[in-house]
Design a protein around this ligand. Structure first.
Ligand code: ZN
Length: 183
């Protein structure tokens, strides 16, 4: 499928006119593009985008290694740039699309930013806080609640992560072999 074929009609003008499932698919593809950017930079491939009134207002991909910053998760970078774009730390009405279930830091930042919806693709069994490790949203928050949708393009996102970790393991094996060969 080409890029133009995959784009639902009329989305550029007003994404909200689409059924939410079609819009969710479209925007998750955009988040996956961000994840691929991270992949190409040897970062764990996680991508996020923020959508407001049917338009992408911010994009982000994991940059923990490049910035040597444990907080440089895709979602955090995306929230920072979304707030800058809106000139407002309150991102009421925004939806975050993320290729991986968020960690507690990112979910906390989403609550603080007052986004309306979170849509994620693959579960993160080790640190995911939408039920995989803990369920942060199970208990109603006193100030703000976020609608959570899961599993949009789950397979594609999980496959990209698998590919990354397989390649990383292979690279490490190769490196340790060449170190041995030099000894
Ligand atoms: Zn995170």
């Amino acid at each position: 499928m080409t890029e133009s074929e995959s784009q639902p009609t009329g989305l550029e003008r007003d994404g909200t006119s689409l059924p939410s499932s079609a819009a969710d698919l479209f925007f998750m593809r955009e988040a996956l593009k961000e994840a691929k950017k991270a992949f190409d930079k040897d970062e764990v491939p996680v991508g996020a985008i923020l959508v407001h009134n049917g338009r992408v207002i911010a994009r982000g991909h994991n940059q923990v290694e490049m910035l040597q910053d444990a907080t440089a998760h895709a979602e955090i970078l995306c929230l920072t740039s979304g707030s800058a774009a809106m000139k407002n730390w309150r991102l009421t009405g925004a939806t975050m699309y993320c290729t991986l279930e968020p960690c507690c830091m990112c979910a906390g930042a989403m609550l603080s930013s007052r986004i309306d919806r979170l849509v994620f693709a693959a579960p993160d069994l080790r640190v995911g806080v939408c039920g995989s490790w803990i369920d942060l949203f199970a208990k109603e928050h006193p100030i703000h609640s976020i609608e959570v949708v899961r599993g949009i393009l789950e397979e594609e996102s999980a496959a990209l992560l698998r590919e990354f970790f397989q390649a990383t393991r292979k690279k490490k094996k190769h490196e340790s072999r060449s170190v041995c060969a030099h000894q």
